[in-house]
Design a binder for this molecule. Structure first.
Ligand code: PMP
Length: 344
């Protein structure tokens, strides 16, 4: 069977009615564009052999990713999205009762996985501008800490900590404590905002960089994520690799995506341009929105989440009434502006 090729130049909202009754579902910071035709063709080719198991332990995919990132393949572990890989890291490197330090709010997966692994959560509130408070996080690390998570860009605010602050922070964390540098949205950063992760790895044997194909590459439904770090630490994470745990489509989709970098870069440009336009329009309406470096915006203030919901727009809502919305779909972005007219 062949998957019908979607119109690759248009954002797709076709799944929204399956998930909710809303007009636009912006709640999961997804990429609005369907997979590129070249990626779908590659996936279709592999589906014809879906009666066969994938590799017992993945070798091709780590090798591909390693050569793209510029590390050795024994420095990469792949899994079921960044979520699956983060869970593997937690299970491999922490013990029940240890503390996990993260900026709060953060990606929902971290508190959920911490609970599954019986870790003690140490949420450190973001500062008033929506940044992870690295000094408070450094102070929160103690002898019970088993893991630290830093997101760059941060979810849900989209903010980015300065490279110099990140470096100073990493120097303050004891080497026995692993640090996940979650770069789920790194591809949305401009070249001058990126950090040199390879140089960081040279200095910090406890660092694990976490990335995903769910966001900029637009493959959230295929569940492909990876981590890379120093081989000693990575080999401890790899020990928990689930046999046959990464599907055969993963390597095909990643190969095709790497071959389509210019098209993907054009989409990233459309999403980030759209993000800036929407943020400017929101600021003009006096809605406070931190500068975002990802594919979403964090709209702060009471009433925002409610106003969006009433207009049939699903957003990720926070206890103070703020909301995070995925951006990049012009029609949805205009609906957001109309929904928030009354808040002026
Ligand atoms: N990290 C962050 C910061 C995220 O926002 C997300 C997804 N929202 C993930 C990791 C997990 O992504 P996935 O499991 O789809 O790769």
């Amino acid at each position: 069977m062949t998957v019908r090729l979607a119109d690759e130049s248009r954002p797709s909202q076709q799944h929204r009615s399956q998930r909710t009754q809303t007009r636009f579902d912006l709640s999961l910071s997804e990429n609005p564009f369907p997979p590129l035709p070249s990626v779908l063709r590659a996936v279709n080719g592999v589906l014809a052999h879906a009666n066969r198991y994938p590799e017992f332990l993945p070798r091709r995919l780590p090798k591909l990713i390693a050569s793209h990132v510029g590390v050795h393949s024994d420095q990469v572990v792949v899994g079921s999205g960044a979520t699956g890989v983060a869970m593997q890291i937690i299970q491999a490197l922490t013990t029940p009762g240890a503390g996990i330090v993260y900026g709060s709010p953060t990606f929902d997966g971290y508190p959920i996985m911490a609970e599954m692994a019986e870790l003690d959560v140490v949420p450190v509130p973001l500062d008033a501008a929506g940044n992870q408070d690295l000094w408070a996080m450094a102070r929160a690390v103690d002898k019970r800490t088993g893991l630290v998570v830093i997101c760059r860009p941060h979810n849900p605010t989209g903010t980015v900590i300065a490279a110099s602050e990140l470096k100073a922070f990493l120097c303050s964390v004891p080497r026995r404590v692993p640090v996940i540098l979650d770069e789920a949205y790194a591809e949305f950063l401009g070249p001058t905002d990126q950090v040199d992760t390879l140089a960081l790895l040279d200095r910090h044997p406890n660092l694990l960089v976490l990335r995903t194909f769910s966001k900029a590459y637009g493959l959230a439904g295929l569940r492909i994520g990876y981590t890379f770090g120093r081989s000693e630490l990575i080999s401890r994470v790899r020990r928990l690799q689930l046999p046959f745990g990464v599907s055969s489509v993963a390597a095909a989709a990643v190969t095709a995506s790497y071959a389509a970098e210019p098209e993907l870069a054009a989409r990233i440009m459309r999403i980030t341009t759209q993000r800036e336009a929407l943020r400017s329009a929101l600021l003009r309406r006096h809605i406070a929105v931190p500068r975002s470096y990802a594919n979403f915006l964090y709209l702060t203030g009471p009433g925002v989440a409610t106003a969006l919901r009433r207009a049939g727009i699903a957003a990720k809502a926070y206890p103070d009434g703020s909301a995070r919305i995925a951006v990049g779909d012009l029609e949805a972005d205009n609906a957001v502006l109309r929904a928030l007219e009354s808040l002026r």
